[in-house]
Design a protein around this ligand. Structure first.
Ligand code: V47
Length: 357
């Protein structure tokens, strides 16, 4: 079967779910990496991307209790926090000062029990006004669904208002694994996989580009991962709205789903198979926060072409035991890419080149 997969990949043909399963069960990491790297080079030449960005989580209060999440809190929990608009602006200002030209802010949060949709819009509008050059990547499909519920608006109207206020693209979080059987075990209160896809489809149709993620390494099977990837590939065929795909390696500490961290081999296989299956999504991110700095570097040789960015102050993965730093400097990212033999390209939110280093 490997010979047939190689033939298909070399001819730019699609691999099937059965072939993806064969690759997950295969121990031939070298061939997998060679094929995924070839696809990565076909799409992105020998370039690897990064961005000067900051991640902001406005609050960890959340009405959902996903069993894989160590970040969410209730009001009375000792670590609970809520950021004011002033604090958000100050955080961006400090990052801007420390980093020179900050290019993007990534904003995701818990589903806050009392905040209004208007508060979120005010945050976005103020950021856009104060920092007009900054790309805003904000709010997952799960948050958009919640905003529709608390505001009484349709998903389409919520998305239009977010866009008008200054949201440039949407992050890919909340997708987890689409399978209902898995969702019932890991996040029973969260919107369904179908709903996630429907909200993202609506965003794409409104001209809002998004990312997509897949949380792996907990209770799901390889078949569940493949079904998830194929659903994303189908939606991308329909809309073309996905910019990048980020496999999220499960961080198990302080969560209710106790498993070991996914192995390095599993992480690398998942990156490579994502690159092969998602032949229509331009970028695959090696999210160094969850993979660790060293494995994320190796992932650039196994199909990934983006390291996300400087991040600065990550909270979600670190609540769950991530061993990586909370942020990285420009030099670290650039050197990490250079050592792989790839060309470091600083990008903006939409993957336009800002500078080739
Ligand atoms: O939605 C929560 C996941 C996501 C854990 O779009 C966990 O550019 C692992 O979506 N172990 C947030 N993962 C992160 C995310 C993201 C990150 C970087 C870039 C982009 C992008 C998106 O993290 C959540 C959830 O799926 N998550 N808990 C955990 N214990």
């Amino acid at each position: 079967m490997l010979r047939e997969i190689r033939r298909k990949v070399e001819n730019g043909e699609r691999i099937t779910d059965k072939e993806a399963l064969f690759l997950f069960n295969s121990e031939d990491i070298h061939t997998l990496g060679e094929l995924a790297d070839a696809v990565s080079k076909r799409i992105n030449e020998n370039k690897a991307y990064f961005i000067r960005n900051i991640h902001i989580n406005l609050t960890n209060l959340c009405i959902n209790r996903c069993r894989f999440c160590a970040f969410s809190c209730s009001k009375d929990d000792p670590g609970a926090y809520e950021m004011s608009l002033k604090e958000v602006i100050e955080k961006i200002r400090v990052a801007q000062r420390d980093m020179g030209e900050l290019r993007e802010v990534h904003i995701v949060s818990g589903l806050h029990p009392y905040w209004s949709f208007d508060y979120y819009l005010e945050i976005i509008k103020t950021i856009k006004k104060e920092f007009p050059q900054l790309g805003i990547k904000a709010f997952t499909a799960v948050e958009v669904d919640y905003f529709a519920k608390i505001s009484g608006l349709s998903v389409k109207d919520v998305l239009s208002k977010l866009k008008e206020s200054g949201v440039d693209i949407m992050p890919g979080g909340g997708a987890e694994i689409f399978s209902k059987r898995v969702r019932d075990k890991i996040c029973p209160e969260k919107i369904s996989g179908e709903r996630w896809l429907e909200i993202i489809r609506t965003a794409h149709k409104l001209g809002i580009k998004t990312n997509a993620t897949m949380l792996y390494g907990h209770v799901e099977s390889y078949e569940d991962r493949i079904e998830h990837l194929i659903k994303l590939r189908e939606l991308q065929d329909e809309t073309g709205g996905f910019l990048s795909f980020i496999p999220l390696s499960y961080q198990p500490e302080n969560t209710e789903i106790k498993t070991p961290f996914p192995s390095g081999v599993d992480d690398i296989k998942t990156i490579a198979i994502s690159r092969l299956v998602l032949d229509n999504i331009p970028h695959i991110k090696a999210y160094w926060i969850m993979l660790g700095e060293k494995l994320a570097q190796i992932a650039l040789l196994f199909g990934a072409d983006c390291l996300e960015g400087t991040v600065i102050e990550e909270k979600i993965a670190h609540s769950a035991g991530a061993r990586s730093k909370k942020g990285r400097s420009l030099e670290e990212l650039i050197n990490s890419i250079r050592e792989t033999g790839k060309i470091p390209v600083e990008r903006d939110t939409f993957y336009n080149w800002v500078r080739i280093w």
